[in-house]
Design a protein around this ligand. Structure first.
Ligand SMILES: [Zn+2]
Length: 282
């Protein structure tokens, strides 16, 4: 297939040196090739790796591990994106933060961040934690995109998020939610068909998922079926610098191998993501 018009890496984690170091150390346990990436690599340099590999824009996620860190992290996201206009920064908050609605307002109105990212495993909370319900309610009303980690429960040594995530959809059906990793490993891929029909504001983030659906694997046909039907609601990224392969170009190249046709390739490469974050590309 010919190259896509643009490429948006819809899932990256460019963060402070401390958090980048922690992230690379963590992924090295699963992906040995990350030994080649210096733990001290600054975020700007990681961004350069992604641009060299072909990314025109990247959607960046950086979430707090503890309460009280959110404002500083969200400010860091703003400053980083100001220095690097190809970065589309998402805010986050911690379920333990006291002033969650104020953090949302500050992130969206003052810092002009694009959406919110949550990671129930790493941030250690239940998706339907009572303290999070007003957060989803506000984000639903604003129409703000929310990327929620789902999937890979065994990798994290945690319970599947299938039930909780489906309960979130049922409770906030208008929330513009992006299911990161598509509940991979925890729910059969074919179930997405019915769920996507039921919830028109739901999007899927195929980051990491595609690494397990390479042509020749038993999941190729299943993922291609979902992509053929719903590419307009699917995005793709690398999880760099903690993705399923190193260097990052290996992950970018996967998309062309897995997409069944050129239109779906364009959708996952940039078109769906551009629509989601209101980036004016044609
Ligand atoms: Zn991630």
């Amino acid at each position: 297939m010919s190259k896509p018009k643009y490429f948006i890496d819809s899932h990256a984690h460019l963060m402070t040196p401390y958090r980048v170091k922690g992230g690379i150390k963590w992924i090295r346990k699963a992906v040995k090739e990350y030994e080649q990436l210096d733990l001290e690599t600054p975020a700007g340099e990681l961004l350069q790796h992604m641009k060299t590999a072909g990314a025109d824009y990247i959607i960046n996620y950086f979430y707090p591990l503890q309460s009280g860190e959110s404002r500083e992290i969200n400010r860091w996201q703003r400053e980083f994106a100001d220095r690097h206009p190809e970065v589309i920064p998402f805010a986050s908050l911690h379920p333990g933060d006291e002033d969650k609605e104020e953090i949302i307002r500050d992130s969206l109105e003052n810092l002009k961040l694009t959406g919110f990212k949550f990671h129930p495993y790493v941030q250690r909370f239940k998706i339907l934690d009572p303290g999070m319900l007003p957060v989803y309610a506000v984000l639903q009303e604003i129409g703000c995109p929310v990327n929620m980690h789902t999937g890979f429960s065994k990798f994290y040594g945690m319970e599947s998020l299938e039930e909780e995530f489906l309960a979130l959809l049922a409770r906030f059906p208008r929330l513009k939610v992006i299911a990161s990793h598509m509940l991979f490993g925890d729910m059969h891929c074919s179930k997405w068909d019915r769920i996507l029909e039921q919830y028109p504001n739901l999007f899927l983030d195929a980051t990491n998922t595609l690494s397990f659906c390479r042509p020749g694997t038993k999941l190729t046909g299943q993922i291609q079926e979902i992509i053929s039907k719903y590419s307009g609601r699917m995005v793709f990224g690398s999880d760099y610098p903690m993705g399923m392969a190193y260097p990052v170009k290996i992950l970018y190249d996967l998309l062309e191998q897995v997409c069944p046709d050129h239109e779906s390739f364009e959708d996952l490469a940039w078109r769906t993501a551009a629509g989601l974050v209101k980036l004016n590309l044609h």
